[in-house]
Each structure stands twice: as C-alpha cells, then as structure tokens.
Design a binder for this molecule. Structure first.
Ligand code: ADP
Ligand code: MG
Length: 368
C-alpha cells in the first residue's frame, strides 16, 4: 500500500509593517503557529511555485511523525520558487519515508518487523534503519545506558495522555529484563540485525525524528538548496545562512512559553526536549514521557531537567543526546556534554536556572 503524500501548507508573504519574528525558526519545542492565510499551490497546480516572503524565504509546514514539521528555505537569487517548492515537497516525502521505516507504532514498518522477529534469526535491514540502530547503540554506550531504545518493552505499558494511570509495579518488573541495548545485534558486513531475546522491543521516538530532519536537510542540499531550516517537533537542523547572515534559533522557556535566549546558528542541529508536552498527573505526581531504563518508570520530576536544548553536528545525535541528558539529570547530563566532542547544551533546571555548556557561552544570547 502506498501512503498518501503529506499535505503541505505554504505561508503567504508577510505584509509590510508586520513585527519581525524574533527568530527564524519556530522556538524549538513551541506549539505550531497558525500562519493563515495559506494555500497549497501544488493542489491547484500553481506554476509560479510557493510564495516568497519579504525576507526572501519560503515557509512550508506539514504534520508528519506525529508532530508539526516545517521548512524555512532562503531562496538563492538564481533559483526559482517552483524549483524550491518541488524540493520542499521531496523533503517532506523523505521524512514520511523514514517514518514508514522507523515507526514502532506502524504495524507495517520495518522496525515493527524487527520487533516482531525478536529472539529469531538475523534480518536484512535498510541502510536507514541500520544507521539509526547503530547510532542508538553508540549513544547508549556513551551515556552509560541512560539512552536505550530497547526501553520500549516497558515503554509500551505507559501512555502519556491526560487521565492516564501508571502500570502496576509487577507489570513493569515483568518486562524490565528485556531492556538492554547490548542485546541489539548488528552486523555491518551484511547489514543484518536482530533483537536477541524474544519479547524485546525497540522504540525510536528519541532519535528517528532527528534522523528524518537530517535526511530532509541532506535532500535539500543535494538539490542545491544550501540555506534552510528543517524543524520537526523541536528538532531543528540549520543549514547555511539567510542572505549571508546566520539564522537564529530560539531556545524555549518551558514555563513562560517564551524564549530564554537565541542561538545564532549555521550548519548545526539544535534540538529541544522537555517534559511539558507529553505527560499525565496521577495522585499528585507528574509522569512525563522519558523513562529511566534502569527503573522502567518516568524520571522523578523534582530531580529532572525542565528542558534540554542539545546542539550537535547533526539532529540524529542532538535528538538522542537530549534524551540521554534528560535521563541523567542536570549535573550528570552537563558532565556528559562536556565529555562528548562536538556536543553542547543548554539545560533549564527545575529552579529555572539556565545552564550553558562551555562551547556555547560566547554564542548564546540570553533574553532577560
Ligand atoms: P520529543 O522530541 O518527542 O519530546 P524526545 O526526543 O525527548 O521526544 O524523546 C522522548 C521519546 O523517547 C519518548 O516518547 C519515547 O518514545 C522515547 N524514550 C523514552 N525514554 C527513553 C530512553 N531512556 N532512551 C531512549 N528513548 C526513550
Ligand atoms: Mg530525543
């Protein structure tokens, strides 16, 4: 079965006199902004291509991987809006293709087949799923198992919608022994893999979105569009510049719904993970969607970070490390950041302290 193409909405040119946006990307982790009026030029077969805004950018958005995805592309003077529109469409299609390989929730995905075959024979994997699993194992090792995609055997017992209840301690205990990233077997020579124990399950919610963002950006670059921002649910890759100037990405303040600061960025990934979007409350306790693989339960609210913005060379790494830092908590998380080359972070603590890693202190522009 062929999945329907993602619906894409392009933003119209901003009228003169509108206040300038504080950042070029939607603040990482922010709710989608309604940019009406809008239209889908492809639906009408508009030969002129999507609208170009006053600042020379084309903005398009879609709903993919269970989240809001947007592309903001600066149109080089020698390229047409129609060419850009076609490339943007292809980039969204690429995200949708990655989702069909890596989603643990789609019964027909390649990952679901790998999960269903746990305990059985090695299976040939697509280069994309193989790459994500390999990187997942590496981040697990580096983070001492704080990041562990095999959390899903326990993770699927939890739902994080308002009104949900925690699973029983016995139900968690029965699945916890299946959580162990070392039992993801991968053979690079044959590109085959398997989960060693029956019942094991992988969930890629903390890394696949970042990987999809990277692939979409790669595709735009391959088509000659070197200057853009791809953003999906708080995972941002910033490529090139806007008319020769760095793009700026807002770092969200989870409490006040604004930004705590701005990161001028170029050719880098900026990924925010917070506990303010998917959670439920039960008997006075708050349960959010990142689990400690050691306990099979969500992180303790009082000792966890309010939000983490990880900065890395690509969104795959930044996405995975943001989750690893969340599990480790502010102190051990920041220690990991300082230890891993090319990884930086901004952590907002429970007490609203903003911790900035050493490599970002000269670039991060705080907003009071
Ligand atoms: P989001 O960008 O959706 O806020 P994150 O990147 O913070 O998400 O990842 C959270 C998701 O990662 C969870 O919804 C779950 O699918 C998965 N996950 C939860 N705990 C872990 C963990 N310890 N290691 C790896 N993945 C996890
Ligand atoms: Mg993540």
């Amino acid at each position: 079965m062929r999945a329907a193409r993602p619906l894409i909405l392009f933003a119209f040119a901003v009228a003169c006199g509108d206040p300038p946006a504080p950042t070029d990307a939607k603040p990482a982790g922010a709710k989608p902004v309604d940019t009406a009026p809008r239209e889908d030029p492809f639906a009408k077969g508009d030969a002129k291509g999507p609208p170009v805004r006053n600042d020379g950018t084309i903005y398009a958005e879609s709903e993919l991987m269970g989240t809001h995805v947007s592309i903001n592309l600066w149109l080089e003077p020698d390229r047409t809006a129609t060419e850009a529109g076609v490339a943007i469409q292809a980039a969204f299609d690429e995200i949708s293709r990655i989702e069909r390989l890596t989603s643990e929730w789609m019964p027909t995905s390649e990952l679901s087949r790998l999960n269903a075959a746990a305990g059985g024979d090695m299976m040939t994997l697509s280069p994309e799923l193989f790459a994500v699993l390999l990187r997942s194992r590496e981040v697990s090792e580096r983070s001492g198992g704080a990041f562990d995609v095999t959390f899903h055997a326990v993770g699927e017992l939890w739902t994080f919608t308002p009104g949900s209840k925690p699973p029983s301690k016995a139900a968690i205990a029965a699945k916890l022994s299946l959580v162990d990233w070392r039992r993801i077997e991968l053979d690079a020579a044959t590109r085959k893999g398997r989960l060693a124990t029956a019942g094991m399950k992988v969930g890629l919610g903390a890394i696949a979105k970042g990987y999809a963002v990277d692939r979409a950006s790669d595709l735009l670059i391959a088509r000659g569009f070197h200057n853009h921002i791809v953003e999906g649910g708080g995972d941002t890759y910033v490529a090139g510049t806007k008319a020769g100037k760095q793009w700026s990405v807002g770092v969200q303040d989870p409490g006040r719904k604004g930004v705590v600061g701005v990161l001028p960025s170029s050719d880098i990934a900026v990924v925010t993970s917070g506990d303010y979007e998917r959670f439920f409350e039960f008997e006075g306790k708050r349960y959010a969607h990142i689990l400690d693989p050691k306990t099979g339960a969500p992180l303790l609210e009082e000792s966890s970070c309010k939000s983490i913005t990880a900065v890395a060379a690509n969104a795959t790494d930044a996405d995975a490390y943001a989750t690893a830092i969340a599990v480790l908590g502010p102190e051990r998380g920041m220690a990991l950041v300082e230890e891993v080359p090319d990884l930086e972070a901004i952590i907002i603590t429970r007490d609203d302290e903003v911790l900035v890693s050493s490599g970002l202190r000269s670039t991060f522009v705080p907003i009071e």
